[in-house]
Design a protein around this ligand. Sequence first.
Ligand code: ZN
Ligand code: ZN
Length: 222
Amino acid sequence: MVVCYYMSSALCLAALFRASTADPGRLPVDPHIPHSEREHWELCNKCNLMRPKRSHHCSRCGHCVRRMDHHCPWINNCVGEDNHWLFLQLCLYTQVLSLFTLVLDFCQYYYFQPLTGMDQEKFTTRHELALLRVSAFMGMVMFGGMASLFYTQMTGVLSDTTTIEKMAQFSNDACGSKRSWQWALAEVCGTRWKLLWLLPLRVRQPLHASHLFRTHVIWKPL
Ligand SMILES: [Zn+2]
Ligand SMILES: [Zn+2]
């Protein structure tokens, strides 16, 4: 249990670090647009650059991001095509850690504390109880918040709709929800290996297959 706790802590920190520092899918100044995809590109009226459809201009970061989901103030970065998988991992590991907190608080309160037969009036015992309650409260708030966020994120991934598109009441029928959950997650994480979906320390390679159009930009060779 202790090993699992340290492992999920390390994975959570790695996901947090990578999600906040990774490039969310910023558009290059001079992208090479394949001829067959030209009709799927448009001009951003804020930064005056060409971008694939479903990109969004982030006013906080001041640039366009491919398939942008939202700008997350917690990681101080956009969540877009290239770091969405890291954001999902961060949500997942935060949930795991808050669950650990709740389980450990429960064990301490109902199992270990009665065993030691501590005096309830003692100063240290009173403070330990107060800390336990604060920790359990934080665990519940964190778990509830992260679980609902993870749920909305997953429904978005499975129906291929970003948070921005949901808010704009826009449903892209062409990209609809005809994909299986395995394919939807494989596309977001950039690999079909399910174990790799959980690892934050790797490089995402976009999958190109039976996609209607590719949103990933090919950099012009210098
Ligand atoms: Zn823009
Ligand atoms: Zn942003």
